[in-house]
Write a protein that binds this ligand. Structure first.
Ligand code: F3S
Length: 378
């Protein structure tokens, strides 16, 4: 990879150990992927924030980088952590709490903003169309590439942190025009009415094909796009197009393989992801709820307890207006990266295929996968 004189100096440690370590990461990843050079980024989304996912090794790595005094040059926001940072839940083990706070503190010393949400585009980190960014949250990557038209590969926690410190990323993959065109079509004839339906569609496509789908016959709104992005990201899909809706070029769309999505496939996903009828808790907000999604739950006036996960700024804006004691708004974390098992929980209800997939496969939970309306019926 070609480096500028300044980048060479950083790589050889002349600008300090932190920049050197970050350069080593980006140069390795650039070389592996045949990147020609590094490009500037102003927006980074960092994953690897919950102690549940990064453990002691991750914490030590962060402390090590923070000790060098390196500071983020880009706007660097964080993914959900393992706890609501302002609401101690007594069921979370003391040791987990302590380690989680150390992780947040290390990121803050590195200049990251502890936004702790997976919808940075709804919480102050929204790039513009065509902008090169370095994001690591898979659902936000799919959303940013596809709905906003920004450009990012699916970064890892380590490459995103390096990008934050340097304000740079390697130029390859989805940063390049030729890699952003659709590779197969998805004609949709199933009826899609709720985020659950879009989530199931994304899950089905992500599970069955790799590449860049071009959906035909759908018109998602914000909730649908969030759900579709997260469902797709449960597989390896980091970008998609929707015919007549999304902003990116389609190129020549003739003679592409088609993956049909009919009522039969939709029913298959429901059967696959449902393993129980009566979950202990209801968790909505994977990806994190928008204000509108919270307001929709409020209007349902739930008679059973529901946990709504969202960005802190939404929680702050709405909390005083919510009078129903069954609605618990939780920020900074999510049901997948919270230590729910250690809190004694074994089953949950969700309208998110991503949540259903990960809580089942990572945590061994039983899951009820259904619409918010059905989940909240007593
Ligand atoms: Fe967000 Fe957690 Fe789902 S990070 S997309 S709520 S798994």
């Amino acid at each position: 990879m070609e480096l500028s004189k300044e980048e060479e100096r950083m790589l050889h440690g002349e600008e300090g150990e932190g920049l050197q370590k970050a350069m080593e990461v980006l140069v390795s990843i650039g070389d592996i992927n045949d990147a020609k050079r590094l490009i500037d980024v102003k927006s980074v989304q960092i994953s690897g924030v919950s102690y549940k996912t990064i453990g002691d090794a991750g914490l030590e790595y962060l402390k090590d980088i923070a000790r060098t005094g390196a500071k983020a040059k880009a706007l660097a926001t964080l993914n959900p952590a393992g706890i609501d940072l302002e609401q101690d839940d007594k069921r979370v083990p003391e040791g987990f709490l302590k380690k989680q706070r150390e992780i947040i503190s290390a990121y803050e010393r590195l200049g990251a903003t502890a936004s702790c949400t997976c919808t940075p585009y709804l919480a102050g980190n929204k790039p513009s169309k065509g902008e090169h960014i370095a994001w690591a949250e898979s659902s936000a990557v799919a959303y940013a590439n596809s709905v906003i038209g920004a450009r990012t590969n699916r970064e890892s926690a380590i490459t995103a942190l390096a990008s934050a410190i340097l304000g740079k990323t390697a130029l390859y993959g989805l940063h390049l025009d030729e890699n952003r065109l659709p590779t197969f079509t998805v004609p949709v004839t199933a009826r899609l009415e709720s985020p659950l339906d879009y989530s199931a569609l994304g899950y089905y496509v992500g599970k069955n094909l790799q590449g860049i789908p071009l959906f035909k016959g759908i018109r998602p709104g914000l909730g649908g796009f969030k759900a579709l992005s997260a469902g797709l990201a449960t597989g390896k899909v980091s970008m998609f197009h929707v015919m007549g809706v999304t902003p990116n070029d389609l190129g020549d769309t003739t003679e592409m393989e088609a993956l049909e999505y009919t009522e039969a496939e939709a029913t298959g996903v429901m059967e696959e992801l449902n393993t129980c009828e009566d979950p202990e808790i209801i968790c909505i907000g994977c990806p994190h709820c928008s204000i509108q999604e919270i307001e929709e739950v409020v209007l349902l006036n739930p008679k059973r307890e529901v946990w709504l996960y969202t960005a802190r700024q939404n929680k702050t804006a709405l909390e005083d207006r919510i009078k129903n004691p069954n609605i618990k708004i939780i920020s900074d974390t999510c049901m997948v990266v919270q230590p729910l098992e250690e809190m004694g929980i074994k089953s949950l209800g969700t309208n998110s295929a991503k949540c259903a997939y990960y809580t089942r496969n990572l945590s061994g939970f039983d899951v009820k996968f259904d619409t918010v309306e059905n989940l909240l019926k007593k």
